[in-house]
Design a protein around this ligand. Structure first.
Ligand code: LLP
Length: 416
């Protein structure tokens, strides 16, 4: 996490000490570094070095408007999976023509909304969805640009919950059925076949699965060309991992170079949909130790953040580093399970961590820029945490902490 570092013994986001943020905005809160986000996106964009391409940031990783706005200003495209994400991108100033719409369950109203906005491409995930899209586009007198998301049947070697290209997966159209669905699409006056899409999973730490999938996708592109269906782009999705502990994933440049090297003479625009590798290391979750509790079998550091704020450890057994905000502490290190106040034994942020801490200390859960705030919930009637964007020496609150009032506002008690 290069944009988070210790200065004078205190962890800072760029130039802002995290204790200052805690004092000003309270805890728990998510803290993002603008420089880290921009560097993360540029690592992809720069790697293409003149080749026709589009980096479509995957909004699902973190859809905060301020982050989307930063990326829109860099010229990013966006990968969305819902009408809600579409609205976020538009409100953040994203270019509709650079939006691709993925997802297996697009509702009719979401398709309407995306056609009205004039998005760049629908990544269609089934023959049934293709028919719905063609019906709606026909009724509106529009022609929808489509890519089929194919499932290349490769094992991304990642956690089963985030592997998406296995035969058993709900995602995409099986590689061997794709050609027939393409033929159907090509016959419709309301559909314009423009590309092939693919996304094989997330937190992938080697290039091989990407290359295997790309090889299959290029074979399909060649078959389409033979049939007179000239596509203009191939979208290889997201999925590149980051270092949470000791993983050594390839850099974005390596992924881009490996793919570009295999395109050969084909005049295809290459698109990617990275999420985690753009914003994951650009954020931390800041939390305060409420109590230290010493048990017969385990010691607990009970903090004010919980699984409702950061679900990844509970849901995927994910390991994220937990750093003390003050490097030097009076106390000797002890082993703690870092847990929240939620009434579930699965409510932990980290197990068996060696920490020298006292009650009232601040801790930062590292690499919490992706799939963290966006996966948070109100479980146990806990208001969602604030989100802070640091830019050099300034800190902006880009999402206010929810209040109990915001939690209750949509509920009502029916009359007797
Ligand atoms: N494109 C599509 C179609 C996707 O489904 C995803 C992620 C991405 C792009 C972005 O993938 P990335 O570059 O972020 O790996 N909640 C899980 C991750 C779920 C990923 C879902 N799809 C986690 O916290 O690990």
């Amino acid at each position: 996490m290069p944009h988070f570092s210790y200065r004078d013994g205190e962890l800072c986001a760029e130039q802002v000490p995290l204790s200052e943020i805690a004092a000003r905005f309270g805890t728990p809160c998510f803290i993002y570094s603008r420089a880290a986000i921009e560097t993360g996106w540029r690592a992809y964009d720069d790697a293409f070095a003149g080749r026709s391409h589009l980096v479509c940031y995957a909004v699902k990783a973190n859809g905060n408007l301020a982050l989307l706005h930063l990326l829109a200003r860099l010229g990013s495209g966006f990968d969305i999976v819902s009408g809600g994400e579409l609205e976020r991108v538009l409100r953040a100033g994203g270019d509709p023509a650079r939006i691709v719409f993925s997802g297996v369950g697009k509702r009719a109203d979401e398709i309407d909304q995306a056609l009205a906005a004039g998005i760049g491409c629908f990544n269609v995930e089934s023959a049934a969805e293709l028919r719905r899209l063609e019906r709606i586009a026909g009724a509106l007198g529009k022609r929808a640009r489509v890519a089929l998301r194919v499932n290349p049947d490769v094992d991304a070697g990642t956690h089963p919950y985030i592997a998406t290209a296995l035969k058993e997966s709900k995602f995409g159209i099986a590689h061997r059925e794709a050609l027939a669905v393409y033929r159907e699409a090509a016959r419709s006056p309301h559909l314009q076949v423009t590309g092939i899409a693919c996304h094989i999973g997330s937190q992938i730490t080697s290039l091989e699965p990407f290359i295997d999938a790309f090889t299959r996708v290029l074979q399909l592109a060649d078959s389409l060309r033979v049939e007179g269906m000239d596509i203009d782009h191939v979208d290889m999705g997201g999925g590149l991992g980051i270092r949470y502990r000791d993983e050594a994933p390839p850099a974005p440049e390596q992924l881009v170079q490996a793919l570009c090297a295999r395109i050969g003479q084909r005049t295809l625009k290459l698109m990617l949909e990275p999420g985690r590798s753009v914003v994951g290391e650009a954020g931390v979750l800041l939390t305060r130790v409420e109590y230290l509790k010493y048990g017969a079998a385990r010691n607990f550091a009970i903090v004010d953040a919980a699984m409702n704020d950061l679900l990844r450890p509970s849901l995927y057994d994910a390991w994220q580093d937990i750093l003390p905000v003050r490097q030097q502490s009076g106390s000797a290190p002890q082993t703690f399970d870092v847990v929240g106040p939620v009434c579930e034994s699965a409510d932990f942020l980290g197990l068996g961590r060696s920490l020298a801490i006292a009650e009232g200390d601040l801790l930062a859960v590292a690499s919490s820029g992706a799939y963290a705030a966006c996966m948070s919930s109100n479980y146990n009637a806990r208001p969602r945490a604030a989100e802070i964007l640091v830019d050099g020496s300034r800190a902006h609150e880009v999402r206010r902490r929810e209040s109990i009032e915001t939690l209750l506002t949509l509920e009502s008690i029916p009359p007797e």
